[in-house]
Design a binder for this molecule. Structure first.
Ligand code: FE2
Length: 575
C-alpha cells in the first residue's frame, strides 16, 4: 500500500511517501524551489517522492494532507465572529485558503494530469496537530508513549496532548488559538529585533549571553494554570483576531507584529534590526528562553501525571527548541524521549500519511526512524559529468584514501563542503549537506563566518560526535541523531573544542552512528585518528538560502564563497 503525505498551503510545505508503512522518501519543497519556508502546493517534492518510489500518481493508494479546515470549526467561527472588524479581512483570507484545500484534486490534475474524479476518495484531511503527533509517535521506537505537539498554531490548535498505544492515538487535551507558546516566543523574537519567519532560534542562541532576570515579569505573559495547561495574557499581544502567519502571493510566510503596545511599555520598545544588542536584550532573551522551558516542563509534568507513561514523543515548531529538549529528562519524570528529524511543519507530510496508515487503516507498526536521509541523491557519474560540462577540474578518490585526504585538509584550517548520500529531511544538516571544520580551532567560527556565512557572531556552531565518545565529551546519556537536543559539554573538554562550545558551555550535538551514516562516521573517525578529537564542526551547506540539494547548487555555493574544498561523493574540487 502506497501512502503519499503532504504539507501544503502552510509554511515549510513538503511531501513524504510510504510503501507498506516504510518511508521511501521525504523532502521540503523549499529544497527544490530555492525559497526558504516556501508554503504553496509541494508539486516538486511530490514529483521527487513519486520518482523515488518508481511509480506514477495513479499508483498511490491514499493521499493525506496535514490540515483539516473543518477541525474546531465552531470554535473558530465563534472566535472570529466576536472580533468582527479586526478579523474580517483575515477571515476572508482564511476562507480563500480553505478554498485552495478543497480544490486539491484540481491541483493534482494541473501538475500530474490525473483525472480529478479518480482522486476524490483517495484524499484524506488529517488535522494539523494530529499529524504532528503521528510524525513523532509512529516514527518512535515506543509501543506506548505520551505525545505532545506544541507550535504557533495549526487548524486553530496550538498545543495537543495525547496517548499513543500501538497503532492508535488518543487525544487527551488541546489548547486553542491564540493561547500559544509559539506565538509567545515569536512575539518576543520580534521585540528583540528579529522579524523573519523562523528567527526564533536566534533568541535561543542569544540567551546564554544573558541572565534570566525577567522571568517573574514573563509569568504575567504566559499564565501557567493549576490544571496543568497555560493561557496567554492577551494584553501583551496585538490583534489576535488577525491570525498568526500570513502568506503572500509568492507563498512566502510572514508574521505580522505579534506584540502589543502594552508589551513594549513593560519590556521596552522593540529593537530595530540595525540597533545594537545590549545586555538588556541578552537578559530578556535568556528570560524568554527560560519561560518557554518552564512552560514546556509544566505541560510535560501534567502529561506524565495523566498518562503515567515514561516515554514521550514531541513534535511541533516548539519542538525545535533544542535547548529545552536537552533539559526534559532532568526536569520531568519522563525517562525516554523521541523527537523526529522534522519536528516542525515539514514533518506534517510524514505525520499525515502515518496517521492514515496506522491510526485510520489500523496497519501494524514498522521499525523506528533514526535516519533523516530521505532526500535527493546523486551518483559519482552524474557529478563528474556535471563538472566536465562546466570545465571544472577535480579529482576522484576511493573511500580508502578519501577520508584521510579530507581530514588532512580539515586539520590544516580547511573549511570543507561535504555533499554525501541522500539529503536530510528537516532543518538540520546532519553530514549529508554540511559544511565542516576543525572544532578545536579558536578561530573556526570567524573562519566560517568570513569565508561563507557572515551570520550573527552570537550564534553557535554545532558538533557532530561519534556516538561511542559522547560520554567523554558531554554530560548526556542520551542519543541525539537529529541535533534535536543541547547538552552541557564537560568542563575539562570545553577548551579542546572551543569552536562548538557555546557561551554557557553547551553544545547542540549530533550523535553519529556508523550504521546510519557510515561515510560521515568514517570521515569523523579519520579526523579522530589524526587529531585525537572524535568531533567535527558541522553547519548547514548553504549561504542565505535553503540547504543545497543538488551538486550544481553545492558547486555554486562553493564558487561564490571562499570554501577551501568541495567533496561530492568521491569527487573533490579544491582551490
Ligand atoms: Fe505546526
Amino acid at each position: 500500500m502506497i501512502v503519499l503525505g503532504i504539507n501544503a498551503y502552510h509554511a515549510d510545505s513538503s511531501a513524504a511517501i510510504f510503501k507498506n508503512g516504510i518511508l521511501l522518501a521525504a523532502s521540503e519543497e523549499e529544497r527544490f524551489r530555492r525559497i526558504k519556508h516556501w508554503a504553496g502546493f509541494p508539486s516538486k517534492a511530490i514529483e521527487f517522492c513519486l520518482q523515488e518510489a518508481g511509480i506514477s500518481i495513479n499508483e498511490v493508494d491514499h493521499i493525506a494532507i496535514g490540515r483539516d479546515p473543518k477541525a474546531k470549526f465552531n470554535k473558530k467561527l465563534l472566535f472570529f465572529i466576536s472580533r468582527p472588524i479586526e478579523s474580517f479581512v483575515h477571515t476572508i483570507e482564511r476562507m480563500m485558503n480553505q478554498q485552495k484545500v478543497s480544490s486539491l484534486e484540481q491541483e493534482f490534475k494541473t501538475h500530474f494530469g490525473i483525472d480529478a474524479n479518480l482522486l476524490k476518495n483517495k484524499i484524506h484531511a488529517v488535522e494539523h496537530h494530529r499529524s504532528h503527533l503521528a510524525s513523532a509517535f509512529f516514527a518512535s521506537p515506543f509501543d506506548n508513549a505520551a505525545i505532545i505537539s506544541i507550535d504557533g498554531s495549526g487548524d486553530f490548535s496550538t498545543t495537543m496532548l495525547a496517548i499513543g498505544k500501538g497503532n492508535n492515538i488518543e487525544v487527551i487535551e488541546s489548547i486553542d488559538f491564540p493561547h500559544s507558546l509559539g506565538i509567545f516566543y515569536t512575539a518576543f523574537t520580534q521585540l528583540l529585533g528579529f522579524p523573519h519567519y523562523g528567527d526564533e532560534y536566534k533568541v535561543m542562541g542569544l540567551a546564554p549571553y544573558g541572565e534570566p532576570k525577567y522571568v517573574d515579569k514573563l509569568k504575567d505573559v504566559v499564565l501557567l494554570q493549576n490544571d496543568g495547561l497555560f493561557k496567554l495574557n492577551l494584553k501583551y499581544f496585538r490583534s489576535p483576531g488577525k491570525g498568526f502567519v500570513a502568506y503572500n502571493n509568492n507563498n512566502i510566510p510572514a508574521i505580522p507584529i505579534a506584540y502589543s503596545k502594552e508589551a513594549e511599555a513593560i519590556f521596552g520598545t522593540a529593537r530595530k534590526k540595525e540597533e545594537p544588542l545590549t545586555q538588556y536584550h541578552k537578559d530578556l532573551a535568556a528570560s524568554v528562553q527560560r519561560m518557554a522551558e518552564l512552560s514546556i516542563f509544566h505541560l510535560l509534568n501534567y502529561l506524565h501525571k495523566k498518562t503515567r507513561i515514561d516515554n514521550v514523543c514531541i513534535a511541533g515548531g516548539v519542538a525545535q527548541n533544542s535547548v529545552a529538549n536537552g533539559k526534559i529528562l532532568a526536569n520531568t519524570p519522563f525517562k525516554h524521549i523521541y523527537i523526529p528529524s522534522a519536528g516542525h511543519d515539514a514533518g506534517i507530510a510524514m505525520g499525515a500519511a502515518q496517521y492514515i496508515y496506522h491510526h485510520e487503516l489500523k496497519q501494524e507498526r514498522v521499525p523506528a526512524i533514526f535516519s533523516a536521509y530521505t532526500g535527493s541523491r546523486f551518483t559519482n557519474d552524474y557529478i563528474e559529468e556535471m563538472l566536465q560540462h562546466k570545465n571544472i577540474s577535480y579529482k576522484k578518490l576511493d573511500d580508502d584514501v578519501l577520508f584521510d585526504y579530507v581530514a588532512d585538509r580539515l586539520i590544516n584550517a580547511g573549511v570543507v563542503g561535504w555533499f554525501n548520500g541522500r539529503a536530510e529531511f528537516g532543518p538540520r544538516a546532519l553530514g549529508a549537506r554540511s559544511i565542516l571544520a576543525d572544532p578545536s580551532r579558536q578561530d573556526a567560527k570567524e573562519l566560517i563566518n568570513s569565508k561563507i556565512k557572515r551570520r550573527e557572531s552570537f550564534r553557535p556552531f554545532a558538533p557532530s560526535i561519534l556516538k561511542e565518545y559522547v560520554n567523554e565529551y558531554f554530560d548526556c546519556t542520551d542519543i541525539a541523531p537529529f541535533m534535536e537536543k543541547v547538552y552541557p559539554i564537560k568542563k575539562e573538554k570545553r577548551n579542546t573544542i572551543p569552536a562548538v562550545t557555546h557561551a554557557d558551555g553547551s553544545g547542540r550535538l549530533q550523535t553519529v552512528d556508523a550504521l546510519i551514516s557510515p561515510r560521515y562516521y568514517a570521515l569523523i573517525d579519520a579526523f579522530r585518528k589524526k587529531s585525537g578529537i572524535p568531533i567535527l564542526l558541522n553547519t548547514s551547506f548553504n549561504e542565505n538560502e535553503p540547504i543545497v540539494n543538488t551538486p550544481e547548487e553545492a558547486l555554486d555555493c562553493y564558487l561564490r564563497t571562499s570554501m577551501d574544498m568541495l567533496v561530492m561523493e568521491n569527487i573533490i574540487v579544491e582551490r
